[in-house]
Design a protein around this ligand. Sequence first.
Ligand SMILES: Cc1cc2nc3c(=O)[nH]c(=O)nc-3n(C[C@H](O)[C@H](O)[C@H](O)COP(=O)(O)O)c2cc1C
Length: 173
Amino acid sequence: MNDVIKAMLERRSCRKYKPEQIKDEDLQQILEAGKYAATGHGWQSPKMVVIQNPEIIAKLSKWNAQIMGVKSDPFYGAPTVILVLADATKPTAVQDGSLVMGNLMLAAHSLGLGSCWINRAKEEFATEEGKVLLKQWGIEGDYIGVGHCVLGYPDGNLPKAAPRKDDYVVTVK
Ligand SMILES: Cc1cc2nc3c(=O)[nH]c(=O)nc-3n(C[C@H](O)[C@H](O)[C@H](O)COP(=O)(O)O)c2cc1C
């Protein structure tokens, strides 16, 4: 098995992070991997918003928890959040953003970092509050929230992969 496929099989969602920040050189490589995801028509419709400011992470976490109806930290203490948005005017926005998310998580794993897709970005950035936040960050236009890729050093072992479904693949003859 080659290294890329091995990484795909071994990546797992991390749900407990050390507070230590990730190295900027790792972050830059992860973002570069995100930029090179395939996009519909090559439009590069997604945007990646890097958030390392603890106050902003705490605010987003509280908001995300509220949407989910829980009091726990949905970001699991991760010191870096990459919020992936995609241009709502493009028909492939969600697919494009999802592929960026996949690249980010895989790149993080390849560098020995933990990651997890955290949902509810769609709900957050469909609100007026979300739109105001995007404006404050200098993001103009109509953007859909696709996901938050949280990143950091895993605190403890990652769970084992669930067995794959027997009927995952259908071969038509
Ligand atoms: C679209 C999507 C949304 C997800 N949202 C969350 C989430 O909000 N919180 C979370 O802990 N994990 C979330 N996950 C991670 C999944 O729970 C995880 O990928 C799944 O359990 C399989 O585990 P693995 O990533 O270790 O293979 C999400 C994954 C995807 C693809």
